[in-house]
Design a protein around this ligand. Structure first.
Ligand SMILES: [Zn+2]
Ligand SMILES: [Zn+2]
Length: 283
């Protein structure tokens, strides 16, 4: 089983044996050392072999859910199917795998999923009762709708971290409440989208910082003149109990590529909490 991906440093096609995809390797083109991306980090990286590894299935399920992808079917998935079959040039990548129940994975056979789903939708529409039949008393149900076709060029959204039903509170101003690594790849901006709640009132600041691996910025310097790292922030002022949502976007410089870390700092005096959040990289 071979893992095919693009070098995170120079973008050249690379491949390693799957069993070694967590080990540092050297790019054949740019000679730079790097860790191959995981399936979660690169949705277009693919496996050549017969079957996807469990780690890849986990990523597909976390993105697509555990219910069969066929519209109108609410069965729990039994297997993954390839949206575009290998015979039509599809690959075993996170991007090309969908959860399906056994029945639908068998019925679909070797056809392109999008085409097949369109056929199903048309059949379902034509099998609806005709207008001439007395259905006026019945509520009108919409026919199955075919899934939105996915554009060929998928813009990059890399979920770096997320959480819900939380009570994230700052213990110390320089101790981040979220720290997560991410692979730079095509990521040009990091976005922190959050829901907050304040008990009482106060002035608060949610700061998003990021740095390339190995260049620790020294978070205790954040907010002082000595800080020279990347940061973006959102200020929130409230007078009494309140809740709301916010978003901080941090633009990254053009270089370097490779592995980065993002962190979120909460500052202010008073009881400020983050209840839900998504931290993502986008292009
Ligand atoms: Zn390279
Ligand atoms: Zn199904």
């Amino acid at each position: 089983m071979t893992w095919h991906y693009n070098c995170p440093e120079c973008g050249s096609p690379m491949s390693v044996d799957w069993t070694r995809h967590k080990e540092e390797t050297v790019c054949r083109k740019c000679r730079r050392r790097h860790y191959p991306p995981t399936p979660d980090e690169d949705h277009c990286a693919y496996i050549s072999g017969q079957k996807w590894p469990p780690e890849m299935e986990q990523v597909v399920i976390s993105r697509r859910g555990t219910i069969c992808v066929v519209p109108g079917c609410f069965a729990t998935y039994d297997t993954l199917i390839l949206r575009k079959p290998i015979s039509l040039g599809g690959r075993i990548s996170v991007d090309n795998l969908l959860p399906a129940c056994f029945r639908h994975s068998r019925e679909r056979g070797e056809r392109d999923y999008d085409e097949w789903a369109r056929e199903l939708a048309e059949q379902s529409a034509t099998s609806m009762p005709k207008e001439s039949e007395d259905v006026s008393s019945l509520p009108k149900l919409p026919p199955w709708s075919a899934p939105e076709p996915t554009p060929e060029v998928v813009s990059c959204v890399q979920t770096i971290a997320s959480g819900c039903h939380l009570n994230l509170r700052s213990v110390q101003p320089d101790k981040p409440v979220v720290v997560a690594p991410f692979l730079r790849g095509p990521v040009r901006r990091v976005v922190f989208d959050f829901e907050w709640e304040v008990l009482g009132g106060g002035d608060f600041e949610v700061a998003l910082v990021a740095w390339p691996r190995g260049e620790e910025p020294g978070l205790e310097k954040y907010g002082s003149e000595d800080w020279d790292g990347l940061a973006a922030k959102k200020e929130i002022q409230v007078e009494r109990d309140a809740r709301g949502d916010g978003c901080v976007v941090l633009e990254l410089p053009v270089s370097p590529a490779g592995r980065w870390k993002a962190a979120v700092l909460l500052r202010g005096s008073g009881d400020f909490r983050i209840k839900e959040f998504v931290l993502a990289g986008i292009d």
